[in-house]
Design a protein around this ligand. Structure first.
Ligand SMILES: [Ca+2]
Ligand SMILES: [Ca+2]
Length: 317
């Protein structure tokens, strides 16, 4: 009824059994792609034929071909998909361990596990685009310069305050972001004596976020209804910690960029999902999207809700 609150929630393609369908993305021509744990599907007419028993669906990457079946895991399998400026699908593949064992390095690097791959929308031309990531669950392209930005989650078990979470910027294919040798500028002890890839320069994070806040989904702001300072900047969701003495996170962060397209400053944009008195979560932000009117949607997998944040200027402004 157009009051900006959803009237009902419907199951998408209920006849299909999805396996961790965390990565939906739309191409500019309106095709929906869904990256699952180990498959990528496409729905050419997603908004019209999704309820019946026979939805129009195609397979971009067949089951078992995104990663080897024996690498399927419970942890770090939430894929994210975006269509890049080149029209290809960019899909993140978290590595399944806290820190991957050394004997898997070569295989992972070849497949793109612990990275972001890109493929044509028909499933051909697969390449590893991004290397040296632990578990990225959020990426987006800067519409101004086409660079790829992504969050990365930090190693567990090194203490409450290290390593920081990462927000990264990639400016060309094949760049390496340091994992498992480094994470948030901190050297990983397990890899202290393991030779680094030859002739490879590790790219440092643009922003070091609070440790264990779990930075997940992110999106550039291209809308026009928020104040000018937000235009062209990045909103990112912090899911909140699970293994820290004092819980942190459960916020939406904002990162402004400078004229060269690098991060200039990061601040808290929205908070209140974590009760700081009791340490209890009321909600956990996961991902961010924008409506056409420029307002923000924040998905929350704890409250089972989608929040809408809109700008309401005061009458005097
Ligand atoms: Ca309504
Ligand atoms: Ca890194």
């Amino acid at each position: 009824d157009r009051n900006r609150v959803a009237d009902e929630v419907k199951d998408f393609a209920p006849s299909i059994t999805f396996d961790v369908p965390n990565g939906p993305c739309f191409s500019p021509d309106g095709f929906l792609y869904i990256a699952e744990r180990n498959r990528v599907l496409t729905f050419p007419a997603a908004e019209f034929f999704f309820e019946g028993p026979d939805p129009a669906v195609g397979e971009v990457v067949a089951k078992g071909e995104l990663i080897p079946a024996e690498e399927e895991s419970f942890n770090h399998t939430a894929r994210v998909c975006r269509v890049g400026p080149d029209g290809k699908l960019y899909i993140s593949l978290g590595q399944p361990h806290n820190i991957q064992p050394k004997d898997k390095l070569e295989m992972y690097d070849k497949i793109g596990i612990g990275g972001i791959i890109r493929i044509n929308t028909d499933g051909t031309g697969r390449e590893v685009y991004t290397r040296g990531i632990r578990n990225s669950v959020g990426h987006d392209f800067n519409p101004t310069d086409g660079s790829l930005w992504f969050t990365d989650n930090q190693v567990d078990g090194m203490g409450d305050d290290i390593p920081p979470g990462e927000l990264n910027r990639q400016t060309s294919a094949g760049q390496h972001f340091g994992f498992p040798w480094t994470n948030g500028g901190v050297d990983i002890p397990d890899y202290k004596d393991v030779e680094r890839p030859e002739g490879v320069e590790f790219i440092d994070p643009q922003v070091n976020m609070q440790a264990h806040a779990a930075d997940l989904g992110m999106r550039f702001y291209t809308g026009s209804s928020f104040p000018d300072k937000y235009k062209g900047g990045i909103f990112s969701a912090q899911h909140g910690s699970w293994n820290r003495t004092e819980p942190v996170g459960a916020r939406v962060m904002f990162t402004a960029l400078d004229e060269e397209g690098n991060a200039a400053s990061t601040e808290v944009f929205a908070e209140g999902w974590l009760d700081e008195e009791t340490g209890e979560y009321r909600g956990r932000p996961m991902d961010i999207a924008f409506l056409r009117d420029g307002s923000m949607l924040v998905s929350d997998d704890f409250a089972g809700a989608i929040w809408r944040i809109a700008y309401a200027p005061k009458a005097s402004e």
